[in-house]
Design a protein around this ligand. Structure first.
Ligand SMILES: Nc1ncnc2c1ncn2[C@@H]1O[C@H](COP(=O)(O)OP(=O)(O)OP(=O)(O)O)[C@@H](O)[C@H]1O
Length: 625
């Protein structure tokens, strides 16, 4: 096995998503030493003679980058459009002003803690309805939040000072008022700490779960992840830096007025996110620097800013899909490929002697559908289907196109609700449960079109199968506690081991979305295996696989069966089905045509007639070529 060497390549605390080259790892935040050196340099810059103008510019970039970082987490990493950073920025600023002016609280530590608490509360209050309603609701709601800032400031005049604004007192640290240099260092330090937190979160299994969510909430649900809770976690996390930015701004300017928090600011945050690269951790800094310097460099910028941002968003959206960092990363990859530093792309053979012992016992359970029906409007996709799949067996579900096979899997997984009928797992009815609960009950699946996120290595994707079953809490990931390190090492080792059992250990460090279709299907099998479920639903997992891949797949399915797992195989590849299945159910036009052993099904003229539409006496399935 290659687990030890793999762990050395990406040690815990390093970059679990590192690609197969050093350069992309650097651009993704995989080199903390470089970040630490840069931070120290910026931190001590005033002592090296940084003048007031540039010191203020650095702080404005830091403040904008915090807001952009919040947007990047929500939009770039998790795919949720939420444009309310300006609202949270205003909350942070007014909390600072209110605590200072009304209560005389100036301690920087206390204010930061209060601002984080407010970010969480506001995030929950606005996020829960926005996310519950689904669709564009969150985008609309957060857009609305930005628009109502002036009205809210007016209504809450006794707290906000209304149109007259608020002038928060100079912040203090341990009772000492902060002078120019000390305030500069504090703002840079808070920004640096936030980026460290963001990096640790993104480069953890939680960050990988965000990417899964971005790719497909269906995939996230099938991994046992509560999509709503994960979206809420992402949204609240993104609220924190925006609120902190407001605190920093209040300290820097010493005056807060409603005119600061405009829709144009929301556009500038979006522009900085796009130009820096919304999927990059440090792209927020690059994007903020470009937008801030652009604003300062052109005296007439204020008059033209809406037009400029509009044109900029249009052009950057078309030309810079992943921002400047994406551009640089792409170039770096090309250079690395050209000079042959990339990991080899060859295929390793699955160990020929691999068996169920390598997998360990699986907790198989009987899956049973009872008179299951599903209608889509007038289209009855499934009619009274009663089938069973036993542990330690491969149960195949075959039938011509549109006969209802995938619909049945979707009903079992909870993606569709049955019109009538029930699904039982181990004698317990699953009816009406959400997909993530069904996944947690022990059902894992692959998809007809593999759902593969971008931006992570194959082994990291396989390890997402363990996200729920082997929990590591967010604080442990952010603080890189031993629980995170142990979890990461175990995830890594198990993912590489499972890929090895399927004969594709060599792709463990490749970017998973760069793999060919056949390999993706095998990777999905490994991901399902990582969850160690009772039931495996494989939806056309053999299609598009070459001979080598098919052999690996067959061996894996036999291993799962022999280890006690319940396998349901939806497949058009008859030789594969006949070779693997213990029992076959044939669906036709949404109904169950016949069930039997492979020999019985092969000999049944009704089955051949169903496939060929002809009178098939004397022929058998699989013999017709
Ligand atoms: N979400 C949906 N909305 C409307 N109709 C649907 C939906 N999902 C499936 N159907 C319909 O249900 C029927 C069965 O489709 P299903 O995908 O289950 O067939 P299948 O046997 O898996 O086909 P294939 O082998 O081509 O994948 C089809 O008529 C299909 O159009």
């Amino acid at each position: 096995m290659t687990t030890l060497s793999a762990s050395r390549e990406n040690p815990p605390g390093g970059n679990p998503r590192a690609g197969n080259t050093a350069v992309p790892a650097l651009l993704r935040g995989g080199r903390p030493l470089a970040g630490a050196l840069l931070t120290i340099l910026v931190l001590v810059a005033p002592l090296l003679g940084l003048n007031d103008y540039w010191a203020r510019t650095v702080l404005l970039v830091a403040i904008l980058s915090l807001q952009v970082s919040g947007l990047n987490i929500v939009l770039g990493h998790a795919g949720e459009l939420a444009v309310g950073q300006v609202f949270l920025y205003a909350v942070g600023a007014y909390v600072t002003g209110y605590l200072g002016v009304s209560h005389g609280i100036t301690d920087a530590g206390v204010i930061v803690v209060c601002a984080i608490a407010c970010a969480v509360v506001v995030g929950l209050i606005t996020g829960i309805p926005g996310l519950r309603l689904g669709g564009w609701s969150l985008a609309m709601l957060t857009f609305f939040l930005v628009l109502i800032i002036p009205n809210l400031v007016k209504v809450l005049e006794s707290f906000t000072g209304g149109a007259n604004g608020l002038a928060p007192p100079v912040p203090t640290l341990f009772g000492t008022p902060l002078g120019r240099d000390a305030l500069y260092m504090l703002i840079v330090a808070v920004t640096a700490v936030w980026f460290l937190v963001a990096r640790n979160l993104i480069l953890s299994r939680h960050g990988n779960a965000f990417l899964v969510l971005k790719q497909s909430p269906v995939l996230a649900g099938s991994l046992g992840v509560s999509v709503f809770r994960l979206k809420l976690l992402v949204y609240v996390t993104g609220a924190i830096p925006a609120c902190l930015a407001g605190v920093m701004f209040a300290w820097l300017d010493g005056f807060i007025a409603p005119e600061t928090f405009t829709f144009t600011m929301a556009l500038s945050i979006l522009a900085a996110s796009i130009v820096g690269g919304s999927t990059s951790i440090y792209g927020a800094l690059a994007g903020a620097a470009i937008v801030q310097l652009g604003q300062q460099s052109f005296s007439s910028f204020q008059d033209w800013q809406l037009l400029i941002y509009g044109a900029f968003l249009l052009v950057a959206g078309i030309l810079l899909a992943d921002g400047l960092t994406g551009l640089v990363r792409g170039r770096a990859r090309r250079i690395v490929r050209r000079f042959g530093v990339a990991a080899p792309a060859g295929r390793s053979a699955a160990p020929a002697d691999a068996g169920p012992a390598d997998l360990g016992a699986l907790p198989g359970a009987r899956l049973r559908t009872k008179a299951l029906c599903k209608s889509f409007g007038g289209n009855q996709a499934l009619r009274e289907v009663t089938v069973e799949a036993e542990p330690g067996q491969v149960t195949a579900l075959i039938g011509p196109n549109a006969s209802g096979k995938t619909t049945l899997l979707n009903l079992v997984c909870g993606f569709y609700r049955p019109t009538s009928g029930t699904v039982e797992l181990g004698g317990r009815e699953l009816g009406g449960q959400r997909p993530y609960r069904i996944a947690r009950a022990g059902i894992a699946r692959t998809f007809q079109t593999p759902l593969i996120p971008s931006g992570m290595t194959t082994k990291a994707f396989v390890a997402t199968g363990r996200y729920v079953s082997h929990r590591v809490r967010v604080p442990a990931a952010v603080l890189r506690l031993p629980a995170f390190r142990r979890g990461f090492a175990a995830d890594d080792a198990e993912a590489v081991r499972l890929l090895g059992l399927l004969g594709i250990a060599d792709v463990a460090d490749r970017e998973v979305d760069s793999l060919p279709l056949g390999t993706r299907r095998l990777v999905e099998v490994a991901r399902a295996l990582a969850a160690r479920p009772a039931v495996f639903l494989f939806d056309e997992v053999g299609s598009g696989l070459d001979e080598g891949d098919l052999a690996g797949l067959e061996r894996a399915i036999r291993m799962i069966r022999d280890a006690g797992g319940t396998v349901v195989l939806v497949e058009h590849n008859f030789p594969l089905v006949l070779g693997l299945a213990d029992r076959i159910h044939v669906l036709s036009q949404g109904g169950l045509l016949v069930s039997g052993t492979p020999a019985e099904i092969q000999a049944d003229p009704r089955v051949l007639a169903e496939y060929t539409g002809s009178n098939a006496a004397g022929k058998t399935i699989g013999s017709e070529g």
